[in-house]
Design a protein around this ligand. Structure first.
Ligand code: FE2
Length: 316
């Protein structure tokens, strides 16, 4: 089967240290809506149809728990599992009903070469109606992962899960599994962890209203509003209570014609004459706090120790 692949980014699951504080942020500030809760876990939906786009689980340390991709059907789940086994990829959960996950479905999970767990699922429950509020995220857009060995990590996504290369710069590799220019990106780094997590807003006006709400509720915007080069999406970055960099985004390029699409490298992007770091030329540098967050250095180090670390970095 040449076209064996996952076909969407479904959800992300995070371990968090303070479930109540995290739930308050994701509900009241970030605009997600709680759909279910059990001992130590809360599931949040966006305004779209996906059963949930985020789950948070109370744990001693904040970390990435897993990322879930959608498969079109159970047969594809089974075929991807068989392929993973044939390639020697570590399977964490064998294919089975997902009764332990809100929304259920059928799926399996595997571990990437850098130790992250990815679940592939089908037949998951969905909402029959959208929430009518354009200032809130309508779905999970993309997850960017700091990677020690981008070549090996890229091969995992391409060979095991059917991702395709959209673009590769000196610092980022953009991979797609649907029409979105990227659902996963890999950032060049010395450690492997979350770089940032992005949620989609319906359009630019929606993003601006949403980002305005986040700021009004006391969470400063660390970078943006700007428009990226690769992907062409609009961005605004914040930092959530566990120290994960979190993005509101909109307007990502859609790859409608797989056959004619050509991935470009840094040299090609340099030749395009685009303003940097954003196409509009409106945005300054990333904040020091965001640089720490995207390198994973704020996670588990959020309060005073984090402030101290930022002060030291800014003073040096
Ligand atoms: Fe992003």
């Amino acid at each position: 089967m040449n076209d064996l692949r996952v076909n969407d980014l479904r959800s992300i699951s995070l371990n968090v240290r303070d479930l109540a504080a995290s739930a308050d942020f994701y509900g009241r500030v970030w605009g997600l809506e709680k759909v279910s809760q059990d001992a130590g876990s809360i599931y949040f939906r966006t305004t779209g149809a996906n059963h949930h786009s985020l789950s948070i689980h109370e744990a001693p340390l904040a970390s990435l728990n897993c990322v879930t991709f959608a498969a079109p059907d159970k047969a594809t789940v089974l075929a991807l599992h068989a392929k993973a086994l044939s390639m020697g990829v570590e399977v964490v959960e064998a294919p089975a009903g997902l009764a332990q996950v809100a929304g259920g479905g059928f799926g399996f999970s595997l571990r990437s070469p850098e130790g992250h767990v990815f679940r592939i699922s089908a037949d998951v429950a969905a909402h029959s109606s959208a929430i009518e509020d354009r200032t809130r995220p309508n779905r999970l857009s993309h997850v960017v992962i700091n990677s020690v060995d981008r070549v090996q990590h890229e091969a995992f996504f391409r060979d095991s899960l059917g991702f395709r290369l959209s673009d590769a710069t000196d610092h980022l590799t953009f991979l797609r599994c649907a029409k979105d220019h990227h659902s996963i990106a890999l950032a060049k780094a010395k450690g492997s962890c979350i770089h940032h997590i992005a949620y989609e807003l319906p359009d630019l006006d929606s993003l601006l209203f949403g980002a305005g709400r986040v700021r009004e509720l006391g969470v400063e915007m660390e970078y943006g509003v700007g428009r990226h080069g690769p992907g062409n999406n609009v961005y605004s970055f914040f930092i959530e209570p566990n120290g994960f960099a979190s993005e509101y985004t909109t307007g990502m390029d859609q790859i409608e014609d797989e056959a004619s699409y050509v991935a470009h490298d840094q040299k090609w992007w340099d030749s395009q004459g685009l303003r940097r770091p954003d196409r509009w030329g409106m945005v300054g540098r990333r904040s020091e706090r965001l640089l720490l967050a995207t390198s994973g250095k704020l996670v588990n180090d959020w309060n005073e120790s984090c402030t101290d670390a930022i002060s030291r970095k800014m003073a040096s």
